[in-house]
Design a protein around this ligand. Sequence first.
Ligand code: 5RP
Length: 235
Amino acid sequence: MDQLKRQAAARALDEVRDGMQLGLGTGSTAKHFVELLGERVAAGLKVIGVPTSEATRADAERCGVKLTTLDEIDHLDITVDGADEIDPELNLIKGGGGALLREKIVAAASDRMIVIADDTKWVPMLGKFPLPVEVIPFGLGATRRAIEKAFAECGVSGQMAVRKAKDGHVFVTDGGHWIVDAQLGRIADPASLAKALSAIPGVVEHGLFIGLASSAVLAGGEGIRVIERRKPKGD
Ligand code: 5RP
């Protein structure tokens, strides 16, 4: 599996040109991309990156990739990031690694988002992977009730749980927030659910990435498949 992730990362690297400003995703697949990018930088490629997490910042620094922020530059050419699920419209569930907020800010600031994954992430319908919803700890009970209401209005339901870190304490995001993971099973209308969740005051962000991915590079036993999104970004 790790080899497939690296193959997808290597294929995305073919899209990178000298002088590009890159969004650097988070997770085990994105980490392969950062490592391969670092090898190209060592060989003379000139790029600058914006990391989507403190973990990716550390990886990029270790690999010699020069970093900047979205305050210093006004756009990104390409963001390369992993995903937890990818549907045929290239809508995504992200946030398994807890970096969804910065990942979405960076993806939205990019001309193109290339999703890299092994092909087990390709699904006919989103929802089997628990949907991460990043929340403010204050007033969590009210926020949970509002999320449940949004779920009901969008025809989905399922158990919700505050994410725990490996040490058993509540998982805290890079932004200082918590994550509620919702086991929904099937999300028939991800765009409507995304809108409903975004309208809840205690929700900082959610893991539905709608209309952000431009292409997906899927590595599997049969080789690599590149799927291009037909609709323009944001649709
Ligand atoms: C982190 C993410 C990751 O991209 C997603 O969880 C996939 O991770 P991996 O490449 O390790 O399977 O959204 O917030």
